[in-house]
Design a protein around this ligand. Structure first.
Ligand code: F6R
Length: 607
């Protein structure tokens, strides 16, 4: 999704903007550009990777100590130089970068065209520069305000003008925006990691706010003009955390961070007896005991995390629970009651569909708890209760450590709800707590067992289809393993409950077709083995994920990826790791861009 950068201060803005845009690459983009002002506004922009923009800047460097920058992920118009941001008005005096969508852009464009405006791009964003120029009568802030009043949609917009050259004016209507406060310099960005190496002090801009950024700092107002007091948030993330460390990709680094993420997410929240404290979860035991149903809503990998939550809430807490894709739930006219708890899960906290589903739940009278990784994200601000996942910034587009933290967060929540509802007794709570505390060491062990995963990756690298099967919690992991494989390796893959195979998909199992089978749920072990035998009988090749103590599987499987023995309830946390590594290694063997798979964006802030 698009990224935004801005800078006002004593230094040359160009290199700072480009550096910030590089740090936002993980959001996904297909063109990039900057505008710098030094009396006149200079714009440099290019389709493709930031290297193209850098080449342009190197051949014709713009000069100025104030500027704005953008990485674009195309929504209106193809990824071309002309459609790349920034966009100027015809006089070149006003320049704009923009994230999100102007919903009434066709009618605005028609109106401007009938007034004689000519456009050089196909974007909805260019009309904003035209409108601001038209509305300007000596006050940039007022021109921006009037433009916002005319433009419908969810977006963030950043504006600069040579008429008022020492300021940047920005507006947030849903799309994220933060201000980084430096010493005699101020930064603007769509995301904290972009400027974390310059400052740790941030102002989080909220929906329907306007901010005027100068080198002295930032002044925030509501769109309608009321002054806003905003506390400075100090971000503790280690700058190192946002870099690759010793790994060749962010994804591999993030996979290896998972033991630490589990420790962080559990820290100060769980004792040895299974008693849980969740700092931003405000409901009491009486509320927890009276919940009729839990709705879990999310997209993609976060949805797969929700599948685990659904199973735990149902099976262990005996609490009715449904996990629903947010994009389906929002249009499903669901019967959400006032005694229902809705859990919205989103790493970014900015996924448009998840936000909409969460809003729907709130409007239906449900209490809403968000599980998110981003402090101050939109989802966290919609929520009655927040369970932060503490995974740190996740740069790789394919989610791994944030997913794992979502699982841990749901175990904590289950212990909290189970204690209040009397469905988790002291013995079970103690056992689960013990198991959770042992998980980081278990995951370290799994990470050390990379050689068999590489062998498995080599065995499927040229496959045209790969199937993943499992039952119960293992089915949820099969779904996630399959998604990781397809998004990184571009191999076709499908996951299904092991029992479903014989109802149709078995027709596709022929000689050598790989089937990844998860076998961590002892209660249904024999049932899954039946499915394995069905596959073997058709010549399929079995790659199993099984416990160390499972001696039987060697008789059935072509390859076995082992995990240490543990509570079946917690096994998904360990069993997903070989599947993450499998996807990683297949993609590596196929020579793909692992951190930025094609066609995907880190944060999907459009519907
Ligand atoms: C896949 C992946 C996506 C996200 C999905 C939701 O690896 O990362 O499927 O899980 O786009 O994103 P969030 O969690 O930010 O709402």
């Amino acid at each position: 999704m698009c990224g935004i950068m801005g800078y006002v201060g004593p230094q040359e803005a160009g290199p700072i903007l480009v550096d910030g845009l590089r740090r936002l690459e993980y959001r996904g983009y297909d063109s990039a550009g900057i505008a710098v002002t030094n009396g006149a506004i200079s714009v440099r922009k290019a389709q493709g990777k930031i290297a193209n923009l850098e080449a342009l800047i190197a051949s014709d460097p713009p000069s100025g100590s104030i500027g704005i920058g953008h990485t674009r992920w195309a929504t209106h118009g193809a990824p071309t130089d002309a459609n790349a941001h920034p966009h100027t008005d015809p006089s070149g005096e006003f320049v704009v970068v923009h994230n999100g969508i102007i919903e009434n852009f066709q009618s605005l464009k028609a109106e401007l065209t009938s007034g004689g405006s000519e456009f050089v791009s196909e974007t909805d964003s260019e009309i904003l520069a035209h409108l601001i120029a038209r509305e300007y009568d000596g006050d940039l802030v007022e021109a921006v305000r009037r433009t916002v009043a005319l433009s419908e949609g969810a977006y963030a917009m950043v504006v600069m003008s040579r008429r008022e050259p020492r300021k940047i004016v920005a507006v947030r209507k849903i799309s994220p925006l933060v201000v980084g406060l430096g010493d005699g310099e101020t930064f603007l960005a769509s995301d904290i990691p972009a400027v974390l190496h310059h400052t740790r002090d941030f102002l989080i801009i909220e929906d329907d706010e306007l901010v005027v950024v100068t080198e002295e700092g930032a002044v925030i107002e509501s769109i309608s003009g009321e002054a806003v007091e905003r506390e400075v948030v100090h971000i503790d993330w280690d700058a190192e955390q946002a870099e690759k460390g010793g790994f060749d990709t962010f994804m591999l680094k993030e996979i290896h961070e998972q033991p630490a993420v589990i420790t962080e997410t559990l820290a100060s929240r769980l004792d040895q007896n299974g008693k849980v404290w969740l700092e931003d979860v405000g409901f009491d035991d009486a509320y927890a005991a009276a919940i009729d149903r839990v709705w879990i809503t999310a997209c993609g990998t976060a949805f797969h995390a929700g599948l685990i939550g659904q199973e735990i809430f149902r099976r262990v807490l005996r609490l009715p629970a449904n996990v629903e894709y947010a994009h389906e739930l929002r249009y499903a006219d669901p019967i959400i009651g006032a005694n229902d708890l809705t859990i919205a899960i989103s790493q970014s906290g900015e996924t448009a569909d998840t936000l909409a589903a969460a809003r729907l739940a709130v409007d239906s009278g449900s209490r809403m708890l968000s599980i998110t990784n981003v402090v101050g994200s939109t989802l966290s601000r919609y929520a009655d209760d927040i369970l932060y996942t503490r995974a740190g910034p996740e740069i790789s587009v394919a989610s791994t450590k944030a997913y794992m933290a979502m699982l841990i967060a749901q175990y904590l929540l289950a212990l909290r709800l189970g204690a209040a509802r009397g469905t988790v007794d002291a013995e079970l709570a103690g056992r689960v707590a013990h198991g959770l505390h042992l998980l980081p060491a278990a995951i370290e062990e799994v990470l050390e067992r990379e050689a068999p995963v590489i062998a498995a990756a080599e065995s499927i690298v040229d496959a045209s289809d790969v199937y993943f099967i499992g039952r119960g919690l293992d089915y949820a992991i099969a779904m996630e393993g399959s998604l990781k494989l397809k998004e990184l390796s571009y191999l076709h893959s499908e996951a299904m409950p092991a029992g479903e195979l014989k109802h149709g998909t078995l027709a596709l199992i022929t000689d050598g077709v790989p089937v990844v089978v998860l076998l961590t749920q002892r209660a249904v072990y024999d049932k899954v083995i039946s499915a394995v035998q069905e596959v073997k009988a058709r010549g399929g090749r079995i790659i199993a994920v099984a416990y160390d103590s499972d001696t039987e599987i060697a008789d059935h499987a072509d390859m076995v990826l082992r995990i240490p023995d543990m509570e079946d309830l917690l096994a998904p946390v360990a069993a997903v790791v070989p599947l993450q590594l499998l996807a990683y290694h297949v993609a590596r063997l196929r020579g793909h861009d692992i951190d930025q798979p094609r066609n995907l964006a880190k944060s999907v802030t459009v519907e």
